[in-house]
Design a protein around this ligand. Structure first.
Ligand SMILES: [Mg+2]
Length: 257
């Protein structure tokens, strides 16, 4: 792959996570199995805590809404013995995850479990080898670095705050999640530029997904596609349409000879 000169107008780099800074398998092979393997243990251990009680309450409310959904698993009422409620809550979580559901109740519990897993060193955020040296170099060159991921800002901060290479949060200027808008809508990239306080042409967006790159480009943002092991294959048309990079080192800063 050819080195990509970073356009001189670029003052900010916006980074996708999965498939760009981090193996696309990280969430699927590390984070989700962690929930499935530890949800019972987590609920037992944290049961007396108000946060855990609230998480279970939210699962129960969601389960009530789901009572018409095929295969639905109820969460027993708060009057039942804890062991019975926990069993129902575990089964409900496993059921929701088997359908790849993204309910707020499920996401909330998952978020709390991941926070505890990262903080106790049971999970570490993965980043590709080239990522940290490149981010440091870009930061030294006065580029501002931002994340845009469909994972919540809290989840992003955990991944980079407790990464295999230590706490990387000080390298980052800010985080965006889908509360700013969908990653495949160009309005989201205009909003990000507004919030950063620059124009779209000052931003370079790196992602593995061409639909996201297309939306960003429509907004006037510069884009490059990260080609990483395990990412979805690109069509010949996509390959010809975008700059491709297999390592962040392939980006050449204007001042770099
Ligand atoms: Mg991605």
């Amino acid at each position: 792959m050819e080195p990509l000169p970073v356009p001189a107008s670029v003052t900010a780099v916006l980074l996708d996570i999965e498939g760009t800074t981090t193996p696309i398998t990280f969430v699927k092979d590390i984070l989700f199995p962690y929930i499935q393997d530890h949800v019972e243990e987590y609920l037992q251990k944290h049961w007396p805590e108000e946060e855990c009680q609230e998480d279970v309450r939210q699962l129960r409310l969601q389960a009530e809404k789901d009572s018409g959904v095929k295969g639905f698993v109820p969460v027993p009422s708060s009057a039942k013995p804890p062991a019975e409620i926990i069993k129902g809550a575990v089964d409900n979580v496993l059921w929701q995850m088997s359908l790849d559901r993204k309910t707020t109740a499920l996401k909330q519990l998952q978020g709390h479990m991941w926070r505890s897993a990262y903080a106790t060193g049971k999970v570490k955020g993965e980043v590709y080898d080239d990522v940290v040296p490149a981010l440091k170099k870009w930061k030294e060159a006065n580029l501002k670095l931002y994340i845009f991921s469909s994972g919540s800002v809290e989840a992003q901060k955990l991944l980079f705050g407790y990464s295999i290479e230590g706490d990387l949060l000080e390298l980052l200027h800010g985080h965006f999640d889908t509360s700013v808008g969908s990653k495949v809508e160009s309005a989201s990239y205009r909003r990000i530029a507004e919030q950063i306080g620059c124009s779209a042409e000052n931003i370079l967006f790196l992602t593995d997904i061409t639909d996201e790159a297309e939306a960003a480009r429509e907004a006037g943002v510069h884009v490059a596609i990260a080609v990483r092991p395990g990412n979805a294959a690109l069509t010949d048309e996509e390959k010809s349409k975008y700059h491709l990079i297999s390592s962040f080192h392939q980006l050449r800063l204007p001042s770099t000879p």
